[in-house]
Design a protein around this ligand. Structure first.
Ligand code: FAD
Length: 318
């Protein structure tokens, strides 16, 4: 089922979560170990992230550096298919990014998803590669997620890159996009943020999943700004529980988000990661309960491969 149908068919807040493919060389069984304890909460869908290749430098004995391109977490397409067929009651939402993809590569990826019977995509631009400040699209690739949404919507109408192709089969993807309650790091201001978010929706995206946030007021303000900008689609809050003492310093750097002072104080009072893990669960439970009262369509958790905290949160709120 499509994400938008899950939302439209439900009167209560749904549960979903995001998984990362395993690091190259590791087994898919880790993915199943994350999913299995969460099945009891009836997840409507599971998102699988996409990781573009990175440039790494290998130092040789001679001291010379060799430049290599590696994909540390490959397998998004295969993992999506494996989950779809192992857990028939759950839908999968693979992420598809612009980075590293020409429009033709994108078309082939979409054909694979279509043939696999997967009809949900979260369409993203991707971040600039590590060590670079500016995102550079692939030659013949999309510079922004809007272009990717447009390409998927065109395929839903049977339009492929080669416009001379006749009698093509239309695909049937439901497309979601990302939103940033605390503003995307590259956006000069909220007005610009809303303008380009609306472009993605006008291009055909049917819902938004937000970046993580730790203060629900940021989500409420974001929804208000979206509605004022004419964005009417469902806005799914993305939540990530704190798991270690260092999260309060690392997450703001990586995701351009603020940690509320009360949470900073609570983590600062922890003696070790185990205590921080418990504080993270409790904070996320309170956030989740308030968001349910507000009437959010889905609570979407970023697992980063850990399910025990999400299991405890889900059992307290669903
Ligand atoms: P866009 O919507 O293209 O926006 C990027 C920036 O460009 C924004 O500042 C926007 O305001 C601006 N902009 C948009 N259009 C224009 C225009 N026409 N002219 C000028 N400026 C414009 N990354 C991954 O690599 N893999 C993943 O699996 C992944 N999953 C994610 C899941 C969620 C829920 C979220 C919130 C993020 C995820 N990301 C992922 C991170 C995401 O790729 C980055 O945040 C990226 O920097 C922006 O992606 P976007 O799709 O929001 O980009």
């Amino acid at each position: 089922m499509k994400v938008i149908d899950h939302i439209n068919n439900s009167k209560k807040t749904l549960f979903s979560f995001e998984l990362l493919p395993p690091l190259k060389g590791h087994n898919i069984s880790g993915i199943y170990r994350t999913i299995d304890p969460l099945l009891t909460f009836n997840p409507s869908f599971i998102n699988i992230t996409y990781h573009q290749q990175e440039v790494v430098y290998k130092k040789h004995k001679s001291g010379l550096l060799e430049k290599r391109t590696v994909r540390k977490r490959p397998g998004t397409v295969a993992i999506s298919a494996a989950i779809k067929y192992k857990y028939p009651s759950v839908d999968v939402v693979p992420h598809l990014i612009c980075g590293g993809f020409s429009k033709e590569d994108t078309e082939y990826a979409l054909i694979d998803f279509h043939f696999l019977g997967i009809n949900n995509i979260l369409a993203l631009r991707g971040d600039p590669p590590k060590g670079m400040r500016v995102f550079a699209p692939e030659k013949e690739g999309h510079p922004y997620a809007t272009g990717l949404v447009e390409q998927i919507v065109a395929m839903n109408k049977g339009k492929y890159i080669d416009e001379e192709m006749e009698n093509t089969t239309p695909t049937d993807f439901c497309v979601g996009v990302a939103g940033y309650p605390e503003k995307h790091i590259e956006s000069p201001n909220i007005t610009s943020e809303m303008k380009f978010l609306k472009q993605k929706i006008d291009a055909g995206a049917e819902y938004i999943i937000t970046q993580m946030f730790f203060d629900n007021e940021n989500y409420f303000t974001f929804v208000k700004n979206c509605r004022e900008a004419g964005i009417t689609v469902p806005i799914i809050p993305g939540l990530k529980p704190i798991t270690t003492l260092h999260d309060i310093n690392i997450l703001p750097q990586v995701f351009n988000i603020d940690i509320p002072e009360d949470l900073v104080k609570a983590i600062a009072g922890c003696r070790n990661n185990e205590e921080a893990f418990r504080v993270g669960i409790e904070w996320s439970i309170q956030q989740s309960k308030e968001l349910i009262r507000y009437g959010v369509p889905v609570l979407h958790y970023f697992t980063i491969g850990i399910s025990e905290n999400i299991r405890q949160i889900a059992s307290a709120v669903f």
